[in-house]
Design a protein around this ligand. Structure first.
Ligand code: ADE
Length: 408
């Protein structure tokens, strides 16, 4: 890969000669060419900036030196056999955020050029020159939501992130696989010897699982740590469902036949622990077929709660509830099949779905009714918290209890 960097501070890029990037250059995996923008000026003072048209603070980089520097850079690279034209990266706080996936894309390019702006930025016509006259693809890229004095620090960071992805630059390719941001998660915590460290009187131990030699257990622990860290430090990186707090964060609609297969899957996942508690696998929500779920749709109003979708399609189904007037008893409102995906339980979504059901009851309703496993103590506790009481005697289905709550 060939890298060209144009800057008014060539010395700023000296660290690119050090460490892994320096070694990669010496090994011929990478060639870095740093150019002084002032070499492309023509006046005695080697002027690169001037005051902004329209007024405002600071100085703007002049177009002529930039155009000359870029023209020369493209010509030199071409003659050196770098390719037809580079991808031009212009670091700037107003650019597309630099991410690991952008680093991976840039690592596929044979030739990258970086234009380091200073002051208030580069005259916009330089972008036009690069794109139209030179035919370059131009990407403005930001290191983060803060303002640096210029693009040089951003180039150092970007080049390091890109170069280490090139084959042969990092000795142990495996170390690239399990690090932060690969697979969309942050890295797990790491430890080295001693296993037990006496930190001035406080003994700090390495987690026992890492000393166990059980590779499957270590992999599972590390994965759990990555998830936990990501959820705590960077919830934005997790699937959209990870940021769901309440029903208002979800897309809640009346279910149609298209939702039935996912409802069946969620229902089976949610009732499996109930079957375990009841020591029975003939619990209706577990034995129902897709046809049963489809057949129930016209007899109930069923709601499907999904993580909000995007251009790629609807989000995953994470909750559902169904409700209706009891056939032949206009004063009873029945709620059933209340379910929440395992990863989103404990956030109040079940309570919200129950409240949604109750809010739909017509004025004729005097009693809210639902039914749960006799051994499902957790469910019974939650329903009691929502104002329901257990009806003495057997429930509507074998092995269940009924619960009711008067309408207020
Ligand atoms: N130049 C100034 N601020 C910058 C930032 N945040 N990212 C990239 N280049 C910059």
């Amino acid at each position: 890969m060939r890298l060209d960097v144009v800057t008014i501070f060539p010395d700023y890029l000296a660290p690119l000669g050090l460490s892994l990037i320096g070694r990669a250059q010496r090994a011929g995996l990478l060639s870095v060419h740093v150019h002084d923008l002032r070499d492309a000026t023509e006046d005695r003072h080697r002027t690169v900036d001037d005051t902004p048209y329209g007024g405002g603070a600071g100085m703007v980089m002049k177009p002529e030196p930039w155009a000359a520097a870029l023209d020369r850079l493209v010509e030199d690279g071409r003659s050196a056999g770098a390719g037809d034209r580079p991808l031009l990266v212009v670091p700037g706080p107003g650019g597309t955020p630099f991410t690991q996936s952008m680093a991976r894309e840039l690592a596929e390019e044979p030739w990258l050029a970086f234009a380091c702006g200073r002051y208030e930025g580069i005259d916009e016509r330089v972008h036009e020159h690069a794109a139209s006259t030179l035919g370059l693809r131009v990407e403005v890229v930001s290191l983060g939501d803060y303002v640096l004095n210029g693009g040089e620090v951003a180039v150092l960071a970007m080049v390091e992130a890109v170069a280490r992805l090139l084959p042969g630059v990092v000795g142990n390719a495996e170390s690239l696989v399990e690090e932060s941001h690969e697979g969309g998660l942050l890295e797990y915590p790491v430890y080295t010897k001693p296993a037990s460290w006496d930190d001035a009187g406080t003994v700090r131990e390495v987690p026992a699982v890492l000393l166990s030699g059980d590779h499957a257990a270590i992999a599972a622990w590390r994965h759990a740590q990555r998830l936990e860290r990501t959820a705590r430090r960077r919830p934005d990186l997790l699937a959209p469902s990870a940021t769901v707090g309440t029903l208002a964060d979800l897309d809640v609609r009346v279910a149609t036949a298209a939702d039935a297969p996912e409802i069946l899957v969620l229902q089976r996942a949610c009732w499996l622990p109930e079957g375990q508690l009841a020591n029975s696998w003939v619990v209706p929500p577990l034995v129902e077929t897709l046809d049963d779920v489809l057949a129930a749709l016209p007899r109930w109003t069923t709601y499907a709660a999904r993580v909000r979708g995007d251009a790629a399609g609807p989000g995953r189904l994470v909750g559902s509830v169904r409700c209706r007037l009891r056939p032949g008893a206009e004063e009873v409102w029945e709620t059933g099949r209340l379910m929440v995906a395992p990863d989103l339980q404990g956030r109040g979504l079940g309570r919200d779905l129950l409240a949604l059901s109750e809010s739909l009851a017509p004025p004729s309703v005097r009693t809210f009714w639902l039914n749960t496993g006799r051994t499902s103590e957790g469910n019974i506790r939650r329903y009691k918290r929502a104002g329901y009481r257990v009806v003495q005697g057997p429930g509507a289905v074998e092995g269940t209890v009924d619960l009711v709550k008067p309408r207020r």
